[in-house]
Design a binder for this molecule. Structure first.
Ligand SMILES: CC(C)(COP(=O)(O)OP(=O)(O)OC[C@H]1O[C@@H](n2cnc3c(N)ncnc32)[C@H](O)[C@@H]1OP(=O)(O)O)[C@@H](O)C(=O)NCCC(=O)NCCS
Ligand SMILES: [Zn+2]
Length: 266
């Protein structure tokens, strides 16, 4: 058993009085060490079982997505995406690619608010997303409650949810154009966008494979039943750096001044 000796630390102040700091006796306990995981960037205490369990769960979800039951979510078709298939399918399975427009085995599902299990699983993913984005954790009612007009879509790969988007419907008062290069809002112009991207996220190991683009296309085609909206009618809320790059590729619009504008909302 390691025993750390108690000692008083004396320091003289300007009145020449000695100030004492109370030390603590510690029996059988090593000093705890705070570490930061280089892969998921979570900070935790080495040696703490609670922290280890919390880190294991966060790490797995953050890097590889959340395990997903094939009974959860209603399958959506993405007619515009047949060209993102990266895997060349054997001829017998080509029909599957053409039906969903995604690589074989991958799918996008819409979350059904009346299915408590799929809502709960999606909320777990969004907890990670909100931590990463430093975003509020209580902005879920618009997609998770029945009879609301928002939606959540999840991208499934190898039985894991590897990406998510939550979408709300917008009132005109909230819509603005943002100049991409300066991040400034264009004054005095009130565009009319229809949908707002509340959150969009892809787990770390699956980024840069077109998954966010597929989620955007699912949202564009399936948020309002029977009415696909134009790409520029989907607005961003305070885009992050990677979100801004995605936005500039997906639905930035070049103004006659030559500046790239992003549809945004406040
Ligand atoms: C932003 C994010 C969702 C993008 O997901 P993704 O699946 O990697 O995006 P895609 O592969 O569909 O990207 C489509 C295009 O957007 C651009 N793009 C997306 N992310 C980019 C990045 N980090 N750097 C540069 N360009 C990027 C590219 O032009 C890309 O097309 P290309 O690969 O053919 O060049 C993902 O990086 C993420 O989850 N980031 C953390 C959460 C976040 O910041 N969300 C945005 C909130 S506004
Ligand atoms: Zn980690």
């Amino acid at each position: 058993m390691a025993i750390y000796r108690s000692r008083k630390v004396g320091k003289r102040n300007s009145n020449n009085e000695t100030k004492y700091v109370q030390s603590k006796l510690q029996f059988g306990k090593k000093e705890s060490k705070i570490v930061k995981c280089p892969k998921c960037e979570m900070t935790y205490t080495l040696g703490s079982i609670d922290d280890k369990n919390a880190h294991d769960k966060y790490h797995d979800l953050h890097l590889k997505g959340r395990k997903w039951s094939n009974r959860w979510g209603s399958l959506v078709r993405i007619p515009t995406l047949s060209n993102i298939a990266e895997i060349t399918p054997p001829s017998s399975s080509r029909a599957s690619v053409l039906t969903t427009g995604l690589p074989i085995g991958d799918k996008v599902v819409m979350i059904q608010p009346d299915n408590a299990n799929e809502v709960k699983a999606t909320l777990e993913i969004l907890e990670i997303v909100n931590n990463e984005l430093n975003a509020p954790h209580d902005e879920n009612d618009f997609w998770s409650l029945p009879n609301e007009s928002g939606r959540a879509f999840v991208y499934i790969k190898n039985d894991r949810a590897v990406g998510v988007i939550t979408i709300e419907t917008l009132e005109k008062e909230r819509c603005r154009w943002m100049v991409y290069s300066s991040k400034s809002i264009v004054a005095n112009i009130r565009p009319n966008f229809i949908l707002g991207i509340s959150r969009i996220w892809v787990c770390k190991t699956e980024r840069c494979h077109g998954i966010a683009s597929a989620l955007l296309e699912a949202a564009r085609n399936h948020t309002i039943y029977g009415k696909p909206v134009e790409k520029w009618e989907i607005a961003w809320s305070q885009p992050t750096e990677s979100g801004g790059k995605l936005a500039s590729k997906y639905n930035g619009v070049t103004h006659k001044s030559g500046k790239l504008l992003l549809p945004c909302y406040i």
